[in-house]
Design a protein around this ligand. Structure first.
Ligand code: H79
Length: 616
């Protein structure tokens, strides 16, 4: 990144020593001295010549389950749950909040600790929770291992501010272990939410002691990974904040991601591990909202409450209807995202019955008539425009048109095609009802012959004859010439063939051991061979600058130095034809990234794969 003003500057002293301290110390008492500024970097694979990108999250086997599963259960459960969303102040006034109650209601720390000591979620039933998720059709769980209040929900060895050591709960129980066992038995994936921002740890706010906090945080994350083998980590509280001051930096995020990757290279991690930029972690995290369009340049997951609170609030009865939940899930899946829907167990550990009821209704809809096919393993299709009467998703050569506004008898549902394709058969999922298909205007008219299958949404299963595709490619990548200056001047310092353009040099990496991490440039040349005769949208994620030419036409021109940024340009390509491609990329200072993705009506978004790229 180049000279972009930042809300706060990370002290250079914090850059790297955390993993080193960890390796040296194990659990460390609060008296441990702060890390001196002179410690050498602890990362093993780092420095010039390093590319920290490991795969393409859009297509990697690592992320495959997550991309298929689509629907997860978020669980907000912690010491705040014990207050059930209400705090009565000494003067008798009542303050309402849920997981933010300590801070938002100004509860003195000593008092919050006192109430936490009475926390006894004896009715926590991991099997019942997993059953509720399973009944809902949810295929993964993400539970708060630690929220902003810093209270750990497992017997951590890093401190005593946890469910075993600071509660009235059975000290022999471990709810995360119970959940892991039940989830494994049910074939459901388990993930942990972990807040970086910590209101309780005395070392959090002071720059001098922050390294000690980070050390305990690394220790806790290692415990979680070693003891419960989570499939996913969901970070939060990465933002700049006060009371206590949050000094989490992009550098901290890069270090943490490298550390986690070292512990488990298959872990899926959300973007709040860094600072929520498009290059951070594996997926974006819109909160309480659903993006109106597919998201460019990253996987994504919308997290949402089922009422108006994440943690339990006994007075909150503002529940979403099953129709809303189903519609949200369809909107999300049809735009290629995931839906993480929250429950907040009460102080005894029980999911509120209204939540269970709504989840069960959602699950019934998904299980009925094979309607879940519109969600699981299905995703965005550029073949058709989003219709006003519902959503359309695609899996293989089937389009799933989910109709939330069923038409009056004889009234057609219009589908706008964005590329030429045929519909070879159409039926209502799970019924013998016929659907008449007629070409009409810019697409098709679909006319069901009978009634909707139910009140929530009915799914039309459309088998298609997709646009003709060119055969599999046999490319090996693009020629990459890199310079140890940011102006492509003189002879290149390195020439290689790069299988894909997928670079995360972060702070310390560069194209070659002989090229420093700042002030370099790379020019990729060769040709790109598409599968379809279609308009292709090329998407770059870059930091600091990028220009892209296809057949000598400038398609992306993003030359003002910037932090992680998405640019797009669309060109019509010819199936099987080798179109000339050139990319000029520069890194000035700070972090460095470049990814090249493409998408088209027939091609889901992905990093342009090796097989479709040919070197000079
Ligand atoms: O864990 C859940 C939330 O606690 C956390 N992220 C999800 C997944 C989160 N929610 N909102 N925020 C973080 C951003 C901060 C919102 C605030 Fe407020 C508005 C803080 C103070 C005012 C909401 C209302 C929280 C307290 C009062």
């Amino acid at each position: 990144m180049h000279s972009r003003p930042k809300p706060f500057r990370a002290p250079v002293v914090l850059a790297a020593p955390v993993a080193l301290l960890l390796a040296a110390g194990g659990p460390v008492a609060a008296a441990h001295p702060p890390a001196p500024a002179t410690r050498p970097p602890a990362r093993t694979a780092a420095g010039p010549g390093t590319n920290h990108a490991t795969d393409d999250p859009f297509t990697a086997a690592r992320t495959s389950w997550w991309r298929q599963d689509r629907f997860g259960m978020f669980i907000h459960f912690g010491a705040y749950s014990n207050l059930e969303g209400e705090y009565t102040r000494p003067d008798g006034t009542v303050c309402r909040n849920a997981e933010w109650i300590e801070r938002e209601c100004g509860i003195p720390a000593a008092e919050y600790e006192k109430q936490a000591a009475t926390f006894d979620p004896s009715a926590f039933d991991a099997e019942a929770i997993v059953r509720a998720a399973k009944d809902a059709g949810q295929r993964y769980l993400v539970i708060t291992a630690k929220h902003h209040d810093g209270y750990a929900m497992w017997p951590t060895k890093q401190n005593t501010w946890n469910l075993r050591d600071h509660s009235a709960f059975d000290p022999h129980r471990d709810i995360l272990a119970e959940l892991k066992k039940a989830a494994d038995a049910a074939g459901i994936k388990l993930g942990f939410y972990y807040s970086i921002w910590d209101w309780h740890d005395p070392d959090f706010a002071d720059p001098a002691t922050f390294p000690r906090y980070k050390q305990r945080m690394y220790g806790q994350l290692k415990e979680l990974i070693d003891n419960y083998d989570p499939a996913l980590l969901w970070f939060d509280g990465e933002w700049d904040a006060e009371r206590p001051a949050n000094r989490w930096s992009r550098r901290d995020g890069a270090d943490l991601q490298a550390y986690l990757h070292g512990l488990n290279p298959r872990l899926i991690v959300n973007n709040r591990v860094g600072k929520r930029e498009v290059v951070d972690g594996d997926f974006g995290t819109p909160e309480q909202e659903i993006p109106a369009e597919p998201v460019d340049g990253q996987l994504w997951e919308s997290c949402m409450t089922l009422n108006d609170h994440w943690g339990f609030a006994r007075y909150d009865t503002h529940w979403k209807s099953p129709a809303t939940v189903v519609r949200n899930l369809l909107d999300v899946a049809s735009r290629g995202g995931n839906y993480l829907l929250n429950v907040g167990p009460d102080k005894y550990g029980r999911i509120p019955q209204p939540s269970v009821d709504r989840l069960r209704e959602t699950g019934r809809w998904l299980a009925a008539h094979g309607q879940g096919d519109a969600v699981y393993g299905a995703g965005y299709t550029g073949l058709v425009a989003a219709p006003p009467w519902g959503t359309v998703s695609r899996r293989g050569d089937v389009l799933y048109a989910a109709v939330t506004s069923w038409p009056a008898a004889g009234t057609p549902l219009h589908l706008t095609a964005r590329a030429p394709f045929d519909i070879t058969s159409a039926r209502v999922a799970g019924s013998s009802q016929r659907v008449r298909v007629a070409r009409s205007g810019d697409g098709f008219d679909l006319t069901p012959s009978g009634a909707a299958t139910g009140p929530l949404a009915s799914v039309l299963r459309l088998t298609i004859e997709p646009p003709a595709a060119a055969p599999a490619g046999d490319g090996t990548g693009l020629t990459a010439r890199s310079w140890a200056n940011d102006s492509f001047s003189g002879p290149p310092a390195a020439v290689t063939v790069d299988p894909t353009v997928n670079k995360s040099y972060r702070f310390d990496g560069s194209p070659d051991a002989g090229i420093p991490a700042d002030h370099f440039s790379t020019r990729w040349t060769g040709s790109v061979q598409p599968r379809f005769d279609e308009p292709y949208t090329f998407t770059t994620v870059s930091d600091d600058t990028v220009r892209l030419w296809i057949d000598d036409r400038l398609v992306i021109d993003s030359t003002t130095p910037h932090g992680p940024k998405v640019d797009k340009g669309t060109v019509v390509l010819k199936a099987g034809h080798r179109h000339r491609i050139r990319i000029d990329y520069t890194e000035r200072t700070g972090e460095a990234y470049l990814k090249l993705l493409w998408s088209s009506p027939s091609q889901a978004q992905e990093i342009v794969p090796r097989s479709r790229l040919h070197a000079d």
